[in-house]
Design a protein around this ligand. Structure first.
Ligand SMILES: *Cc1c(COP(=O)(O)O)cnc(C)c1O
Length: 852
């Protein structure tokens, strides 16, 4: 071969199409199907070949194709319409946020996450957490929130998965070519890459900033692959969740501390800071460090401001999802940092210590300690989180631990199948896309004729099957499967078989192989004449999670056995494109995690809005979403201490409901071949899930319950010229010092803690004496805490403030109150004191409480 030089030609886009490039560089296209259709129609084959990447499409499309389009009035008309919609979207001032919170339009919400899933062309997500961050940004844009997101740009993203001939997962990494992706380099005034730096144990590491436009929202991503860094540091942000603990802490320092510095470099002044999962929790420390440096205030005052402006969402009770670092490691990275906070080592370490684990620095605990508003991602997960983190508020009743919940959602327009959307266009009010969380809109589902919905579903199912066949063929060929077996695929994946989809990360708590617990029973279910069933599996295992690899291997092996071959399929490389295909086209979406470990789950929501019926354990969002007629429940809400028993009970329930309810309903057809009972359930599923489990509802809740209250409080702090936090910090120091001397004494003789008999609605007078020592009655609330007694404990306890009656002695006060109970039964009551200050953010700001 002769030597040759390379010339890369990028197609010059004619002026008449110049908007296409703007469109390709804003992820708005990912949730606007008219824009997607435009790119597809330029060159369908190239579009698919380039994995639906419009930036590359425009670089590589032939001039002839573009000229053809230019000459087509039909195409140009659509093009003009899309461009008009796009420009209007970007400049529209009449947004939900502007209408509801006009006074806060100039404030700024900053969102931190380690992963973002917008579309398969940007593989910087691993699973549900990333997709949720992406969907959150999309809705924040749609609703017009003043919102900026921060993350890391991973040169190699998350891995691509191969499943080899033996059924083992293999990981492959490819470097992303940023010039072919909708990422925009951020430069300084001189046109040089804008960079920031952080200190990582004795050295300075630089990171440059990239930008991704998500509608109106801008996402800034940090990347350490810059010439200023040595080779090791350049690779720090190479892989999402790659490397070891050491890599992880460094990535999290870059994300949290570097993220705040990037905002400064960009001139963005955040008011509210939202940590989506604990990965970014160092952010709170950097905010405090800046305040201390700028205003010369002590740490506890700075922390009070950080606390007032920060929101923290915890996403999983599973230990692998909650980062901890050995103290020795934290020492190495932070020994010069805590000085800048004016803290000593033990004070710093305490910020991340979980009681009972003295050897590790826990990022979730740090986040809980630095943010005044905290939430889990479903009602059940809120309760589970209150239980797990009760230790941070020792002495408090679990129900009162200040962690609330906001149930997750999905970005409706991202996950809705085009075919289904067309039905909505036809039968819904014309403005339905602007009222996605309005339940009355979704009532119109009933106006869709059964046969039209069923036909649309079957079309989507056929498309899904075509896509799965294609993927499987590639997979089998790569594994050297004999050609006749590859060709057999054309006869397998029967569109008339009831098709169950199971796709998600293969974390072991998701129990992907639960359905294999009784193989002979499953074999019968799959092979019944006249009611055939097939199951499609997909999912990635974290490279270091050996047990999860075994699960993949197990599914693979069963899929090859007699009786299961051609009925069970395992598709490699689960990503957003495969997810779309499955949630659009299967009949049943199966979810069987080990309760209560699925914090929310979102893939079931994606299925439901497309009329795919959800069949799930009573866990995560399904506890709220299930209404008795929109799907099925596996098992019940029994808590188990023995995993074996739980698996047995859940799998039995799974088989039973499949056999008795799901399969019969699916195959019960009318004279037109339509399963009318099933279609009724599809409609109920769409109608009940779509308006509630969307990110529009979710982002509105975050705005109302979290963001706006933060803004109000920060405004109050500024109005007081920070006196509010100065006084509050001083008061907290005072209360903490005085607390050991606070005691309560029940007055046994007069209405104290003694046993009563009373009638319903009879007034019961109670009193208690409190020794406050150095504290004044204004510093505390004295409460009676009461509720029904179950298993010798007060449950669903309520508290009521008691009234100060008189001082009985120096530092001793007498309080009284009365209770009435309406219903008969046995109730318990007791007394307690908690610190109280009108300026604190929450009732339980100080984790101090004294019981009688
Ligand atoms: C939605 C989604 C998930 C999350 O699925 P769960 O069932 O909530 O675990 C994971 N990966 C991809 C690619 C998704 O689209």
């Amino acid at each position: 071969m002769h030597k040759f030089g390379r010339i890369k030609i990028t197609t010059a886009i004619p002026g008449s199409h110049s908007g296409l490039k703007d469109l390709a560089y804003n992820l708005w296209w990912t949730w606007n199907s008219e824009a997607i259709d435009l790119f597809r129609d330029i060159d369908l084959v190239l579009w698919e070949k380039l994995d639906r990447n419009p930036v590359r499409l425009l670089q590589e499309v032939s001039r002839r194709k573009l000229e053809e389009k230019q000459a087509s009035p039909e195409f140009m008309e659509r093009y003009e319409k899309v461009m008009k919609d796009f420009r209007h979207y970007l400049s529209d001032e009449d947004t939900w946020f502007r209408r509801n919170c006009p006074q806060y339009k100039d404030e700024h919400i900053v969102y931190f996450a380690a992963e973002y899933g917008f579309h398969e062309v940007l593989p910087v997500y691993s699973g549900g957490l990333g997709i949720l961050s992406g969907d959150h940004c999309k809705s924040a844009s749609d609703l017009g929130l003043p919102f900026t997101a921060v993350g890391l740009l991973y040169k190699q993203g998350y891995f691509e998965q191969r499943i080899n001939a033996e059924g083992w997962q293999e990981t492959q990494y490819f470097s992303l070519n940023y010039s072919q992706l909708p990422v925009i380099p951020v430069t300084d005034d001189a046109g040089k890459p804008l960079t920031i730096s952080v200190e990582l144990a004795n050295r300075t590491v630089f990171a440059r900033i990239w930008r991704i436009d998500v509608g109106r929202v801008k996402l800034y991503l940090l990347d350490t692959d810059v010439p200023e860094n040595n080779a090791y540091d350049r690779s720090l942000t190479e892989r999402l969740y790659g490397g070891d603990r050491e890599t992880r802490i460094q990535q999290e320092i870059i994300l949290g501390i570097g993220g705040i510095r990037a905002l400064d470099a960009l001139g963005i002044k955040g008011t509210v800071f939202h940590m989506n999962e604990g990965h970014s929790a160092f952010m709170g420390l950097e905010l405090a460090r800046k305040l201390i440096a700028e205003r010369n205030i002590p740490f506890d005052e700075a922390r009070e401001i950080v606390y007032s402006s920060s929101v923290f969402t915890t996403h999983t009770p599973v230990p692998a999802g909650n980062d901890v670092f050995p103290l020795e490691m934290v020492d190495r990275y932070f020994c010069r940092y805590w000085e800048q906070l004016g803290l000593q080592r033990h004070e710093f370490i305490r910020l991340g210590l979980k009681p009972g684990d003295p050897d590790n620095f826990n990022m979730t605990v740090l986040a809980l300690n630095m943010s005044g508003r905290r939430n889990g991602v479903s009602a059940l997960h809120g309760a589970v989180s209150r239980n797990i983190f009760n230790c941070i508020w020792p002495g408090f009743h679990e129900d009162e631990v200040p962690i609330s919940h906001i149930t997750n959602g999905i970005h409706t327009m991202t996950w809705l199948a085009p075919g289904i959307r067309h039905l909505f266009d036809k039968y819904f009010p014309s403005d339905w896309k602007y009222r996605l969380d309005d339940e009355s809109v979704w009532e119109s589902v009933d106006r869709i004729p059964d046969d039209e919905l069923w036909k649309t579903h079957m079309t989507l199912k056929t498309q899904m099957i075509r896509c799965i066949r294609e993927r499987l063929k590639k997979q089998y060929m790569a594994n050297g499967v004999p050609l006749h077996e590859v060709n057999d695929l054309d006869n397998q994946l029967d569109p008339n078989a009831m098709t169950i989809g199971f796709a998600r990360r293969f974390a072991t708590y998701k129990r992907a192989s639960l359905i294999f617990r009784d193989l002979s029973r499953l074999e019968k279910i799959l092979n019944n004449k006249g009611t055939p069933v097939q199951i499609i599996f997909a999912g990635k295992a974290h490279p270091a999670d050996r047990p999860a690899h075994e699960v993949i291997k197990h599914i693979h092996d069963i899929a090859r056995r007699e009786g299961f071959r051609g009925k069970i399929f395992l598709v490699e490389n689960y990503n957003m494109s495969l997810a779309r295909s499955l949630v659009h086209g299967v009949d049943v979406w199966l979810n069987n995690p080990r309760r209560p470990l699925e914090a929310s789950g979102t893939s079931g929501m994606k299925a439901c809005i497309n009329g795919v019926v959800n069949f799930s354990i009573m866990d995560g969002w399904w506890c709220e979403g299930y209404n008795g007629k929109n799907g099925w429940v596996i098992g019940d809400d029994t808590p188990y201490s023995n995993e074996h028993h739980q698996d047995d009970a859940d799998s039995k329930s799974l088989y039973e409901i499949l056999e008795r309810e799901i399969i019969p309903l699916y195959f019960n057809r009318d004279e037109r071949g339509i399963p009318t009972g099933w279609v009724r359930m599809m409609k109920e599923s769409i109608k009940s899930v779509a308006p509630v489990y969307g990110t529009h509802r979710m982002v509105k809740e975050y705005t109302q319950a979290m963001y706006v209250p933060c803004m109000e409080r920060i405004q109050k702090i500024h109005e007081s010229d920070c006196a509010l936090v100065r006084d509050l910090a001083a008061w907290k120091r005072h209360v903490e010092a005085a607390w050991p001397h606070v005691t309560l004494t029940a007055n046994e003789d007069i209405h104290g803690l003694s046993d009563y008999q009373a009638f319903s609605d009879q007034e019961i007078r109670l009193s208690v004496t409190v020794q406050l020592g150095m504290l004044a009655p204004e510093d505390v609330k004295v409460e009676v805490f009461y509720g029904p007694i179950v298993n010798n404990r007060i449950v669903q306890g309520k508290s009521a403030e008691m009234s100060l009656v008189r001082q009985t002695d120096s530092g001793t006060w007498h309080y009284e109150t009365s209770l009435r109970f309406t219903d008969g039964g046995e109730y318990g009551y007791t007394f307690r004191v908690i610190p109280w200050n009108a300026n604190q953010m929450n009732k339980y700001d100080l984790p101090l409480i004294r019981w009688v």
